[in-house]
Design a protein around this ligand. Structure first.
Ligand SMILES: [Zn+2]
Length: 672
């Protein structure tokens, strides 16, 4: 089937590929004619705009759009610097209406799935899965609105946005942001094929469970309860973390078994029939399998993990030639998704991973554990500080204050006033936030256009909002405030928002951390700040390594697109060991661990992990800046900067660009 699919794709590729369809001579003639139609001898920038616009439009053009001659006519008819300002306004206004209404429709059709306790109808899932905007890209390339956009508002790379962004006024910035829209023109059939492959990868990952009672050590001893079923890698990792609390030998034995399991999964020599199956025992330490109580030969899982990843890679790669702005998946994840280059992110991560403090923290953890470090101590969680007030007491407080969703909505302005917002400003922001009782644990849904509201969803039990729910509500409320300020207090819709998802999380973390203050609980643990910082830092050290493995694996796949699953396994293990040996071996005193390759995100949400530790760095840098300042005034100012490149945004927000230096310095200043 795959072969048939591939050959269809090739046929389609030949027919629909746009990149080389407009001859270079036509492009050159078009540029020349536009230059003489709009002469501006002194301004190189006008010439640059014409060249960029025409070349980009040619990159998106496919044969069904018209002949090379028609391409030229289209450019001559639709490029006009004199109309640029008006055209920018049109796009701004119309895109706000289009995306804003899509968001609003989405909020309505998904409502039953997200909110309340009513029985769900079979149709509700179909409503929720339907995407009103799914065909916008096709429509706007079809009627050439997207071409008019690229012709007049060309694309600027992250490096160019970093270099020029600080000097751009609102209008210039809006024009650059507009150039980021409609970045690819992938045919629907390829998108469909990719989405089926993504679903298959997600199913593989979300249905990969280990029945822990059947995991035994080399002496056949069991450590895990009968009904324990853990998903890889999340469940395995969390079990490993929670076993730090068990100070007996069993705690250590459990951790070692989970760790050995992880290695078998990475190396794919776990028995295929042991995954998702209950009853037969397996010892991951010596890789022995027992069928009906007797040691038995077995078939290993045989690289399915890497076969799924290769499929995802090839689907992504099939988009390349239809994405002239970001011609590979790595650039789509970094330049487009994060608006930071691979190199920028890599440099931030390796700076943190090379910090001398890491070795000292490692020694400190070993002292606290009373044993030498083991590779899985990347998940050490002993830096978490607990509140001096019990969770039951906190829940009693939150239940009393927030008996239902309406009460929470009514009291949102009080929360903002507590954080320092004026009564008037708190009321203004909160008038644009509605609270709903969620079916799930919680989320925040922003408005897509001015005039609409953002939604705070949190689970509220019959007895009222418990402390855990309140903690989540504070996180989501941080999102709502960001969503509201970065939409309503930014002049041009095209400048609204923030640079990327890592920035979204920063204000949510900042609000969430202040939950006990809002409840009036005073903590006087003098080391709380230090341990919170260490906890976040050690977590960042872990994920940065995992993210680097993911990033390097994609580089390798692009260099070796024809690799077999077994070759990819070899490469991923080698990459993981290499990252380990460079940055972790000096801290742990152990060489060649492949543990950083265990994350399931790598298989089903590739190139996504980098956003997590970036979120914490941004949070840290903002907290440093906010310390001792007027919290409300500064957050208002910062979140109305709007959509700029991360580097420019951070410079405008805090006076220095996004960098881990301050975080590393602070950690290095601690004594432990
Ligand atoms: Zn969040």
């Amino acid at each position: 089937m795959l072969m048939v699919l591939n050959s269809c794709r090739n046929a389609e590729t030949k027919e629909e590929s746009g990149a080389k369809k407009i001859p270079a001579s036509t492009i050159a003639e078009t540029i020349k004619e536009l230059e003489s139609k709009f002469p501006s001898p002194d301004k190189d920038s006008d010439k640059d705009l014409i060249r960029r616009g025409v070349e980009l439009t040619a990159g998106f053009w496919i044969p069904s759009d018209g002949s090379p001659e028609e391409f030229k006519t289209f450019c001559l008819d639709n490029y006009n610097p004199q109309n640029r300002k008006l055209l920018l306004e049109r796009f701004s206004k119309n895109l706000e209406a289009v995306y804003g209404c899509f968001m609003r429709i989405g909020a309505v059709v998904q409502f039953p799935l997200h909110v309340g306790n009513d029985p769900l109808l079979p149709a509700d899932k179909t409503f929720a899965a339907w995407s009103p905007g799914a065909h916008l890209n096709d429509d706007w390339f079809g009627n050439k609105l997207a071409m008019i956009l690229h012709l007049n508002f060309p694309y600027y790379s992250p490096e160019e946005r970093n270099a020029g962004g600080l000097a751009w006024n609102d209008e210039e910035n809006a024009a650059v942001n507009l150039g980021l829209y409609f970045a690819s023109r992938v045919p629907g059939s390829l998108q469909q094929a990719a989405s089926e492959i993504a679903t298959r990868a997600e199913l593989y990952v979300s249905d990969y469970n280990i029945y822990m009672h059947n995991v035994v050590d080399e002496n056949g001893r069991r450590y895990f309860p009968e009904d324990m079923r853990l998903i890889s890698h999340w469940g395995l990792r969390d079990e490993l973390k929670s076993s730090y609390a068990d100070k007996t030998d069993a705690g250590l034995a459990k951790q070692k078994l989970v760790f050995d399991l992880m290695l078998r999964i990475i190396n794919q020599d776990i028995p295929r029939e042991f995954v998702n199956a209950k009853g037969n025992d397996y010892c991951p330490t010596n890789n022995k399998f027992f069928r009906d109580g007797k040691e038995a030969a077995f078939e290993r899982e045989n690289d399915e993990r890497y076969a799924r990843l290769l499929e995802v890679f090839r689907a992504e790669k099939s988009f390349d030639e239809f994405s002239p702005l970001y011609p590979d998946a790595i650039r789509r994840a970094f330049d487009q998704g994060l608006e930071m280059t691979f190199d920028e992110v890599e440099k931030i991560f390796t700076t943190v991973l090379s910090a001398p403090a890491n070795k000292r923290i490692g020694q400190y953890i070993a002292r606290r554990l009373g044993r030498p470090l083991l590779p899985y101590d990347i998940w050490y969680d002993g830096f978490k500080t607990r509140s001096s007030v019990s969770e039951a007491e906190l829940t009693a407080k939150t239940e009393r204050r927030f008996p239902n969703a309406e009460a929470l909505e009514r009291k949102l302005p009080e929360i903002l006033q507590f954080l320092g917002y004026s009564k008037e400003r708190a009321g203004e922001i909160c008038s644009r936030v509605a609270v709903d009782a969620a079916r799930g644990s919680g989320h925040a849904m922003g408005a897509g256009m001015r005039g609409d509201i953002s939604r705070l969803r949190v689970r509220v039990p019959e007895t009222g909002l418990n402390y855990n729910g309140f903690n989540i509500a504070m996180h989501e409320f941080g999102h709502n405030v960001e969503q509201t300020v970065s939409l309503y207090d930014v002049k041009d819709y095209l400048n609204s928002g923030i640079p990327n998802t890592a920035f979204t999380e920063a204000l949510a973390f900042i609000f969430q951390k202040r939950d006990l203050d809002v409840l009036g609980v005073v903590e006087n643990n003098p080391d709380k700040q230090k341990f919170t910082d260490l906890d976040i830092y050690w977590g960042a050290v872990e994920i940065m390594g995992v993210a680097l493995v993911d990033m390097y694996a994609w580089k390798w796949m692009y260099a070796n697109p024809e690799a077999t699953p077994a070759e990819l396994r070899g490469a991923v293990v080698a990459i993981a060991k290499d990252v380990w040996n460079k940055y972790y071996a000096p801290v742990f005193g152990i060489d060649n661990s492949p543990i950083l390759a265990i994350y399931s995100h790598m298989i089903s949400y590739p190139l996504y992990l980098a956003a997590y530790p970036l979120g914490h760095l941004i949070e840290f840098q903002l907290e440093q800046h906010l310390a001792g300042k007027d919290f409300a005034r500064e957050t208002d100012r910062i979140y109305s900067i709007g959509h700029r490149s991360p580097e420019v945004w951070m410079t405008k927000a805090t006076g220095s660009k996004l960098s881990p230096e301050a975080f590393v310095r602070k950690i290095e200043g601690y004594e432990f």
